[in-house]
Design a protein. Structure first.
Length: 359
């Protein structure tokens, strides 16, 4: 069995740290915590779980802090978590099995990162990350705003997931990092343009986001998956600006990079036609979104909402407008399986049951 060093950076995490550590403490062989200046009870809580606590003067760079953190690992593999991450019970079982069976020749194990959850426990955003790293390979973090690990060698994909349970969102913090880089005259890579576009979009700067996504799309270099989502997110920006034709064009352009449709694009195309009351066309795209098979080895963003309850709920609306009430009811029930107490779903259920009974 391999051994695991848990590594974490913390600052003022008294509300979250114990929750995180309780889900992982029995699965790792040491816990390393680097504190960057806590003024609350974070250190007091950390000492209940480990005496391997270190201090690091914050420089403003997560990359530098994370590379410093990894220096303290002494076991075979490094597992890194943030204080607002947890391992759900099913993933604790999976990680225990992985630890017992892992071939020591493996350099990195990727895990899903469930970056968003709704009130019903449905994952809203997930993607793969290098999460369990062979210590002796000395893999390093890179990137100024959105950090990433430079990993190569023998890499395997696992079905273990780390779940993010954030209580607050730091609005605009990363955006300011990008703006500072622009002021310093730095040259952006295709990846930089993509993530800068994301920050601009999330902060409501849609026209600027469109320009940044377009630069990513038009740059020959860069990860193809970023270009797929640059098209999709750019379409969102056009929709927010009321430019429907540019929106649909950007969604179709995503197919040039993905080669086959993605649920994220199909559901958006369905909504485009639904708004135009072209319900048969909308049905086609929503149904396609529900029928596409998920690739478990895909590393890019995946939004399960666009293949599960959302297109089914919209299919209910479309079929209702087409006076096909049985099909509307069928898809509403599929949506209800994901969101059993959703007010819209329950309203549809009541309405459709009356319609079907009267027939």
């Amino acid at each position: 069995m391999v051994s695991i060093s848990l590594c974490m950076i913390v600052k003022n995490e008294e509300k979250l740290l114990a929750r995180c550590l309780e889900t992982i403490k029995d699965l790792v062989d040491e816990i390393n915590i680097v504190d960057t200046g806590s003024t609350d009870r974070t250190l007091e809580i950390a000492k209940k779980y480990t005496d391997r606590i270190y201090y690091y003067e914050w420089t403003g760079s997560f990359k530098e802090a994370r590379n410093e953190l990894f220096k303290y690992a002494t076991k075979d593999y490094i597992l890194y978590l943030d204080a607002d991450d947890v391992l759900l019970e099913e993933d604790q079982i999976k990680l225990k099995k992985l630890k017992e069976e892992l071939d020591p020749s493996v350099d990195s194990v990727s895990m899903y990162y469930n970056a968003g959850m709704d009130n019903y426990g449905n994952v809203t955003l997930k993607y793969r990350t290098h999460r369990l790293l062979k210590t002796e390979r000395n893999f390093r973090w890179a990137g100024d705003a959105h950090n990433y690990l430079n990993v190569h060698g023998n890499i395997i994909n696992s079905d273990v997931a780390v779940t993010h349970k954030k209580e607050k969102h730091a609005v605009g913090r990363t955006l300011s990092i990008y703006k500072k880089r622009i002021e310093n005259g730095e040259t952006f890579t295709a990846r930089d343009h993509f993530y800068y576009g994301n920050e601009l979009r999330e902060n409501g700067h849609y026209e600027q986001a469109i320009k940044s996504y377009t630069r990513n799309i038009e740059t020959k270099e860069g990860w193809i998956e970023d270009k797929v989502y640059a098209c999709i997110y750019r379409a969102d920006c056009y929709r927010y600006l009321g430019e429907a034709e540019k929106e649909i064009a950007s969604l179709y352009e995503s197919f040039q990079f993905s080669k086959t449709p993605r649920p994220e694009s199909c559901s958006r195309i369905g909504y485009h036609y639904q708004k135009k009351r072209e319900f048969k066309q909308a049905v086609y795209w929503y149904k396609t979104a529900t029928e596409l098979e998920e690739d478990p080895n895909r590393w890019s963003f995946t939004y399960p909402v666009y293949s599960t309850w959302y297109p089914n709920l919209q299919l209910c609306v479309c079929y209702y407008n087409l006076q096909q009430f049985e099909k509307a009811y069928e898809h509403n029930e599929k949506a209800r399986s994901y969101r059993p107490d959703d007010e819209k779903v329950l309203f549809n259920k009541s309405l459709l049951e009356k319609k079907i009974t009267k027939k």
